[in-house]
Design a protein around this ligand. Sequence first.
Ligand SMILES: *Cc1c(COP(=O)(O)O)cnc(C)c1O
Length: 348
Amino acid sequence: MSFFRPEIEAMAGYTPGEQPQTADFIKLNTNENPYPCSPAAVRAALETARSGLRKYPHPMAEPFRRRAAEVLGVPADWILCGNGSDDILTIATRTFVGQGQWLRLPYPSYVLYKSLAEIQGARSEEVRFQPDWSLGDDFAAARPGLRLAFLPNPNSPSGTVLPPGRILELAERLPCPLLVDEAYVDFADVNCVDLVARCDKILVSRTLSKSYALAGLRFGFVVAQPRVIEQLAKVKDSYNCDALSIAAATAAIADQAWRAENRAKILATRSRLVAGLRKLGFNVVDSHANFVWSTHPAQPARPLYERLKQTRILVRYMNYAGWGDGLRISVGTDAEIDACLARLAEIV
Ligand SMILES: *Cc1c(COP(=O)(O)O)cnc(C)c1O
């Protein structure tokens, strides 16, 4: 006997990266920022908590939208906020993709997209990246029932970027909207926000989890033309962002000096991590994110992951069916990366 929707029973469910509840791990597995968030964000959350949480928050997170609009140079009504950008991805899937219809994703990329299609009773089509991490025109090919395409840029696990010009080309060819997931864009040199005004099929999602060091807060947003935002807003929970997160996120996005300083530190450490891994014989893809993707020609990835874990260094072992496996290592502090490299030097 079962009352469950068959789609739900059949799906495996998304497995997030391990979150050990002890502090003694060097945690390089979920691309969290190794530095604290802007102190202004903490103050704003505390002030909001002190003044009381009796009333519902603003349904559209208006204070954040106004601030983000100034920072991004778009009108406030081009922004919709979410409980993390995963919430945005869920809202977009529910808005565009019906049961039995198709979602398109590049492969390998963010594993959650496929689960979102499954929950929706939709099907997903994976289009492989080329060996150089570019994306062929097949990503934009027509197919009956195709309703939405997701494209992380920078991509995970590779950390590679497609140039905005290429993304515009793909969007214009696609017979459906294209959501560019810019979770890691603050660690890259290009972004696609300007494309939203040029093409109404482009949506750009962002998160405060990575570059703003607020993964525990749960706040993300999407930039799209107002005609799109209007429809997405019908699908979201009425109060999908709480008052504490709206206050903290608003202060965080206003503190661009903090973000820039944090970014500079992470990019410097990323260079050291890439150089260190290459010296140990790893193949490392040039990264535009706060993590690197690496494989070793002589050392299988899973035992490397396991041996690091034995010494309480946690990296992400990724195994993509039919494609291959490797290690995705988040950029931590210099001390954390030194420890990880020293341990790897002993192993390989
Ligand atoms: C981390 C991540 C997100 C999710 O971010 P949240 O705002 O924490 O939900 C979205 N997309 C990609 C590719 C990510 O790596």
